[in-house]
Write a protein that binds this ligand. Structure first.
Ligand code: PMT
Length: 433
């Protein structure tokens, strides 16, 4: 698709726990040169604020067309005309039922009736609701009406049960949306490898990356990004060590996002419980000392340094050569400070090097993070409140606040996947250039 010819997509968000994943869908569509406008149901705004979508689209987010602040008096008509795709993520059983039965009692369902664009629905709900005869009947009806579905997958649901009803991976949803768009009359893409009969075939992430949808904007071409990832281990004896809960998910998500956007990425990885992404240079360094040494060696080639690792602040002064025996009731360990990698990077930074830190905090999150940013002379810091559900160590999601040097404003990032957060952090890095 030519960069100038943008596809126009209306993204409808209905009220389910998966509503936050619509942010990631929106951003991947935008990266694929789609112009996206967002409409939400009243229940959706219980899960995520319209302001988030407004900030990301620069456009009014429609919830209620009768709202006095709505700039367009016939929004459901204007919103639904001249679009290339109407995409609903996530779709609840309720919105599916309304669409199937022609009920138009809110903005989203009115838009459905008023639109002639292809419609793609990605449902997410509890397994029993998904399997209910009424839901299945409504889905059958909509399929007869020409609506496409990205079927939900099986997995652990918000209600802690396991079964079908989980929203399909956002990358697959976006792949199917792009697939529909390239088939639309406006499409300039010839000989698409996808046609109607294999529309519902799963597009895996690897395939997606090879498609020329411009999905991965190369806005980090030329950057060499050095990232510390995971937790360090500080040996007490040959068997025991001091460490923390870092899994490496956040740092690897940043590495993956940066690589996809054209950067050359090196990660200095401590102890991690997940696999590193492909096409990234991985150097293992288990203790703070080893990580410090590896970073110093690689630093001169870097244009951006990101400290996502949870580096132990203290290590035993002495490491016992043999296993310490359990013959004392109390064992005293003498600890000393480890080298502060981030501070040292900042101290010797060369021209053009951007330095980004993370802060894992349990109280006064913004205040402590701001003081770390100043003390360590950082350009940007990402502060996680690790006491919040879905934030911090080992989860696939995070909640954070980004602070920038010399800027009193803060950017609040609500619950989202670490992959999505990685892209937003990198957007901020690019703005510093
Ligand atoms: O790996 P996950 O399970 O996905 O979890 C992600 C995370 C919570 C580990 C990550 O998002 C995060 O917050 N990383 C930083 C954790 C931390 O050690 O914060 P801190 O406030 O103690 O350190 C501040 C900054 O200084 C960090 O950038 C840290 O990498 C760096 N530091 C700290 C101590 C030290 N000796 N050397 C350092 O470079």
């Amino acid at each position: 698709m030519s960069k100038k010819e943008k596809y126009r997509v209306d993204l409808g968000v209905s009220g389910g726990i998966a509503a936050y994943k619509a942010i990631e869908v929106l951003r991947l569509l935008q990266k694929s040169d789609c112009e996206v406008r967002v409409a939400m149901t009243r229940h959706a705004i219980e899960f995520i604020q319209p302001l988030t979508f407004r900030a990301l689209t620069d456009a009014y987010v429609l919830v209620d067309d009768y709202a006095p602040e709505n700039p367009d008096p016939i929004a459901h008509i204007n919103f639904s005309q001249n679009i290339d795709l109407f995409l609903i993520v996530p779709a609840t059983a309720n919105i599916i039922a309304k669409f199937a039965n022609g009920i138009a009692d809110d903005f989203l369902s009115s838009t459905y009736l008023a639109s002639t664009a292809p419609v793609l629905i990605a449902p997410a709900m509890n397994t029993t609701m998904w399997e209910n005869a009424a839901t299945q009947r409504n889905i059958e009806q909509l399929k007869k009406d020409g609506v496409r579905f990205v079927e939900p997958i099986s997995g652990e649901l918000a209600c802690k049960t396991v079964g079908t009803g989980k929203l399909e991976d956002v990358e697959n949803i976006v792949a199917q949306a792009l697939n529909l768009l390239v088939q639309s009359p406006k499409s300039k893409v010839q000989n698409s490898k996808y046609d109607d009969k294999n529309f519902n075939a799963k597009v895996n992430a690897q395939e997606l990356e090879t498609l020329d949808f411009g999905l991965w904007t190369q806005d980090l071409l030329g950057e060499k990004i050095l990232i510390t990832v995971g937790g360090t281990r500080e040996a007490i004896d040959p068997v025991r060590f001091i460490s923390n809960h870092s899994s490496g998910k956040m740092g690897f998500a940043v590495a993956k996002a940066a690589e996809k956007r054209g950067a050359k990425v090196t990660v200095i990885a401590g102890a991690t419980s997940v696999e590193p992404p492909e096409n990234v240079n991985v150097i293992r360094a288990i203790s703070a000392e080893e990580m410090h040494r590896a970073v110093m060696k690689e630093l001169e080639n870097a244009t951006v340094f990101i400290g996502a690792a949870a580096v132990a602040d203290y290590r035993p002064v002495k490491q016992a050569a043999t296993k310490i025996k359990k013959n004392k009731n109390i064992l005293h360990l003498e600890l000393e400070k480890t080298p502060d990698i981030l501070s040292d990077v900042s101290k010797i930074r060369h021209d053009g090097l951007l330095v980004v830190g993370f802060a894992a905090e349990t109280e006064n999150v913004v205040e402590y993070a701001r003081s770390k940013m100043q003390k360590k002379n950082l350009d940007l810091i990402v502060a996680n409140d690790i006491t919040k559900n879905g934030a911090g160590f080992d989860s696939d999601t995070n909640i954070a606040t980004i602070l920038r040097r010399g800027d009193k404003e803060k950017i609040e990032l609500p619950l989202m996947s670490k992959r999505e957060m990685a892209d937003i952090i990198l957007d901020e890095v690019i703005k510093l250039r």
